[in-house]
Design a protein around this ligand. Sequence first.
Ligand code: NAP
Length: 286
Amino acid sequence: MEGRRVIGWAARDVSGHLSPYSVTLRKTGPEDVVLKVLYCGVDHTDLHQMRGEIMPINYPLVPGHEVVGEVVEVGSEVNKFKLGDKVGVGFVVKIPEKLAPEQAAPLLCAGVTAYSPLKQFNNSDKAIKAGILGLGGVGHLAVLIAKAMGHHVTVISSSEKKKVEALEHLHADAFLVSSNAAEMEGAAASLDYILDTVPAFHPLEPYISLLKAGGKLIFVGVSTKPLHFNNDDLILVTVMQCREEIIDREFHRKHGRNIGNTGFLGREGTEYNDRGGEDGLYKQGF
Ligand SMILES: NC(=O)c1ccc[n+]([C@@H]2O[C@H](COP(=O)([O-])OP(=O)(O)OC[C@H]3O[C@@H](n4cnc5c(N)ncnc54)[C@H](OP(=O)(O)O)[C@@H]3O)[C@@H](O)[C@H]2O)c1
């Protein structure tokens, strides 16, 4: 059975060109909620989909999945929503009255995408230093969410263009341009996490080197080609930080074992240095 006839703007191939498209919806079912679209965010996932970059697409495709609308019809078994309610989709959620519907729309995907991985840092008892890589739609919301959680936020961007926006409008604490070697070097090993929102292939080594040992690189951006990295930096950062522990006998104190006797580090009580074995202190260097 047929329902309402509606109009959207559809992509019909990978070109990115949109044109009007008319479709007849199914007849409203008992559990359906029909809404009139008031606002719709368009994020990079819509672009990936229109271009067929992340999965095979059955065209025509009407992009836009951060939708806020007003309920105009409900099925016979729906009792959670009534006519006139403001709701958002993917799954239907009520939009609180205090939240402007146009501001709610991007929260439904970009906001959730940023918040979901950052939730793990909720109520952290230590000061968290955050990096947000890419200041697009997800990046904007990630800065706001991380700031609201009390993190010290560094925006890592591909150019200077968004510096004022990041520091003055979004109140980020620091701004790095990824192509500026001196700035990147100055921020080495300083971040607890980086939320990577870049929607394209990109090298990872420059960003890994910004992380503290044990820091997290969190991906939400979709690369159309596999991402890979050279693991030298990972090993070196971890080794450098652990070296002090093992050399100053923190390991011995914690674990009660003198691994110096294995010949790996040298004799107990020896003064260690970095010369890699010429005086017999190291039998095996890092
Ligand atoms: N995992 C999920 O559930 C989920 C949900 C929503 C979105 N996403 C994905 O998240 C990604 C970002 O979406 P978005 O809507 O925020 O995209 P967007 O608005 O296009 O922003 C992406 C930002 O990344 C930076 N960037 C773009 N190309 C780059 C490149 N080649 N190298 C380095 N940086 C680059 C730019 O920031 P700067 O100018 O600051 O460099 C750009 O503004 C997309 O891949 C999207 O599909 C995932």
